[in-house]
Design a protein around this ligand. Structure first.
Ligand SMILES: C[S@@+](CC[C@H](N)C(=O)[O-])C[C@H]1O[C@@H](n2cnc3c(N)ncnc32)[C@H](O)[C@@H]1O
Ligand SMILES: [Zn+2]
Length: 351
């Protein structure tokens, strides 16, 4: 029988789902799990149980497991034995389990979209929630109708659609959570290859819930010149300065997408590629707009200056600016496209 080693875990698969490409994502998860104050985690769509097993072995959590598939449950039980872990394993529809039992931390890692699980997962999770979405077409705007159906949000494929995709997912979770009087507090959010992953804390507080809509809004996007402007609910924007029309992307989360303390704890214990990735996330500025500098330069018909120089110049002029974890040529900044274009021009030479 094939065995797989990942982190400190050794597992068998016996025909059950396991995606080796998600290994790096699980490496990051374990670092985040280790950096939050919790004891228990439910791996609610567990398949082989790899994530919960790693949470136990590497982050010292008390895992619980669930999968609707009987075969997966058998494999999880064998894997628990192999790894010397004693844990409860449920064989239930996750949504039913979420309505019946509460867990300190709920992890939701489905095939494709997590949309159908989110409201009940928010109901079940007492403190923390971790969610994966691999339906990138719906979130990034390559399938507008899927985005509308699954997330009730309008996504557009821009030069930085990973940023908006992540924020559409967070905005959707936030809106689902408010229905049951919970406010979300994002802890760590990233996109990597074909996956979006968010870790959140949940707070039962009517004042936090009533303020949550200050953190949800839209990005007004001009298809003609690529300008992006963040606006809250109920705010409107007339035509773009270039004369083009704005399209509203969202609703989406416009607040902070990480907790600096948690991510800096994770950075301290991380090594290698995970440390590099989490350091970029830690250094990201708290703004919802970003631009691909190469595209900006192409439009201006000039060469692309080094991205780090653009970031430094923006900061020198008083703007918020940083690199981004999802694109080497992108800057996250609160500067307008006009200001950014001026800076890119000043650092470039004509081609
Ligand atoms: C993408 S796999 C999970 C992968 C796993 N978390 C990992 O890290 O390798 C999704 C799993 O969810 C299970 N599943 C699908 N729908 C479910 C439902 N409604 N309730 C519980 N489990 C479900 C499937 O049987 C499958 O094992
Ligand atoms: Zn414009």
């Amino acid at each position: 029988m094939v065995t797989v080693e990942e982190g400190k875990a050794k597992i068998i698969l016996d025909g059950v789902f396991y995606n080796p490409r998600m290994r790096f994502c699980r490496d990051l998860d374990v670092l985040i799990f280790s950096s939050i104050d919790s004891k228990e985690i439910l791996d609610s769509l567990a398949a082989s149980g790899i994530r919960g097993i790693r949470a136990a072995l590497e982050a010292k959590k008390m895992p619980k497991f669930n999968d609707i598939d009987k075969k997966a449950v058998e494999v999880i039980k064998k894997n628990l034995e192999i790894n010397g872990i004693d844990a409860e394993v449920y064989n239930c529809d996750a949504n039913k389990l979420f309505r019946e039992k509460k867990f300190e931390h709920v992890d939701v890692d489905p095939f494709g979209s997590p949309a159908i699980f989110i409201e009940s997962a928010c109901f079940s999770a007492k403190k923390y929630l971790s969610i994966t979405a691999t339906d990138t077409a719906a979130l990034c705007g390559s399938s507008t109708s899927s985005g509308l159906r699954k997330y009730s949000a309008f996504a557009v494929k821009t030069d930085t659609h990973h940023e908006t995709g992540l924020r559409i997912l967070l905005g959707f979770i936030a809106r689902q959570a408010t229905k049951i009087d919970k406010a979300i507090i994002p802890i760590a959010s990233w996109t990597f290859e074909h996956c979006y992953r968010v870790h959140l804390a949940l707070k039962r507080s009517s004042s936090a819930v009533s303020r949550i809509y200050e953190k949800i809004g839209y990005i007004f996007y001009c298809k003609s010149c690529n300008a992006k402007v963040v606006k809250g609910f109920g705010e409107v924007l007339e035509n773009c300065r270039c004369g083009g029309k704005f399209t509203q992307i969202g609703p989406l989360w416009i607040g902070e997408i990480k907790d600096k303390d948690v991510v800096s704890k994770a950075v301290k214990i991380a090594t290698g590629k995970a440390r590099k990735f989490l350091t970029i996330i830690l250094d990201e500025v708290d703004v919802a707009t970003s631009y691909d500098v190469q595209r900006v330069a192409q439009k201006l018909k000039i060469s692309t200056p080094p991205i780090q120089s653009v970031v430094e110049k923006l900061r020198g002029l008083g703007f918020k600016a940083s690199r981004s974890h999802y694109c080497g040529n992108c800057v996250k900044t609160d500067a307008s496209l006009d200001d950014l274009s001026e800076i890119v021009t000043s650092l470039s030479h004509q081609v």
